[in-house]
Design a protein around this ligand. Sequence first.
Ligand code: ATP
Ligand code: MG
Length: 566
Amino acid sequence: MRFSNLFAPTTKEAPKDAMLPSHIYLIRGGFINQTGSGLYNFLPLGKIVFDKIRKIVKEEMDKSGAQEVTMGVVSPAELWQQSGRYDVFGKELLRFQDRKNNWFVLGPTHEEVVVDIVRNRINSYKQLPLNLYQITTKFRDEARPRFGLLRGREFVMKDAYSFHASEEDLIREFHVMEQTYKNILDRLKLNYRAVDADSGAIGGSGSKEFMVLAQNGEDDILMCEKCSYSANIEAAKRKKRASYHEAPKAAFAKFHTPSKNTIEQVSEFFKVDPFYTIKAVIKKAIYKDKEEVVVFFVRGDDSLQEVKATNAAKALELVDASEDEIKKAGLVAGYCGPIGLENIKFFIDDELKEEKNLICGSNEENYHTIDVSMFNFDKDRYADLIEVKEGDCCPNCDGKLKLSKGIEVGHIFQLGQKYSSAMNATFLDQNGKSQPFFMGCYGIGVSRLVAVMIEASHDEKGCIWNDATAPFMLDIIISNIKDNEQNEFATTLYNELTKENFEVLLDDRNERFGFKMNDFELIGFPYALVVGKGLQAGEVELIKTITGLDESAIKKLQQEQKTELS
Ligand code: ATP
Ligand code: MG
């Protein structure tokens, strides 16, 4: 391709709301353009990168034995009503009516549609397993579309759905997909972790996320410094803690604690470590057709993990409860405790089970109860509610957990029979008995990956593509287009390399050399060959962009080079 023919509208200006390098450089480099909130077009350079990623994803999926299909972007609301998700998916699901007043949705994910494809077409265990995938546009009316391609409203996902005759076979395929995702991310040369994850609105039992480690990631992940344990903070576990401080010794009693309504004040007042106090976090849980105040009890020095708490309460969402709502629910803010608490839904963190010598609110203004033991609660009250912190102990070994930022690029789920049961999709098993299919689903963000490549590899001037995804491997820059010798040499080389199927761009634009260099650095091709004045002496200059390194590694290298030179 000749640069003079390429539609790559590069600019100096970044969009006002662009904060992240991938967003800034993909727009400035003319890879994409924005048409509305969370809506982007791929321009020629962006499309080349996108197609390279798509190809890798497709090749690895095909290799795994999955078969490609294409499902409609629009699906009938009726299918979503059958699965029960029409009411619970929330505002991300864009619903609309056609001219006959029938309701439809723009597919944010396709479990319902694929179940409808398979049911009544696969009838016997002999036809299983089956894994169908597609690489198509999804629409989610995200509350806060931002960061360019990282969180769009319209985006491209590879989504696969597998069907099995048993749970064991589903688990086998789950591992095949895990390996497939690793192959994809290895080929893209990304630094990533497969982490334990929460299953969210998609549902089901086991799930794993693939996180690319990047400073600008929206997700917090905890990784063991010794073993391979890693988890999203929403699902992270830790070894149960013990306090280094001595437990307070006192007999069970109610104490007057005037105006001591925070954990700090209470532990100061009783001269005990906050570990021995119980914190009440009061929230309002939102359900499909009701709202209710719910209390979560955790140790005083722990924090509530909102996703875990939402799951425990089986709520759609948790929001802060107002003072008024707290009062109406019969609770005394600052003095709320689990002992004698009635007529309210409450949950206690697993780590408080059968613990002793604790201090909690007495459910009465200005009173706390001491020497509380946690023996008499129903087991249904207990759940994992706490946010695991950096420095906590790994649940699998004695290593410490370290906190990192990650960008979620893929998520694989063991769905089990959730959708097949709800939608009555069954097969006849070996004993001739009808059973709902066992299902898995597997998503990877293809358009998000375009941006992730840049988050993982860029410098202060622009993108740094590696050889797996570069739009062109080599940019031949003709320094002075009016110089016939330069022109001829560069064009001959360009023609020969193109003949050899080399991905080469010839910058033959009638522009200043500096302008062309800026575009080279902004777009970020792995190599540039500058054909300039040196040609007379038989010299051309090859510039190699540092590839496959993160920002800190690049800085370090540049520093080393500087020291070497001086
Ligand atoms: P997130 O937590 O980032 O919103 P999710 O859990 O909603 O992601 P999934 O439903 O698991 O995502 O979708 C599978 C993959 O699709 C994600 O891992 C991600 O790569 C991609 N994806 C999801 N939402 C978006 C979006 N709004 N824009 C771009 N890619 C997305
Ligand atoms: Mg999401």
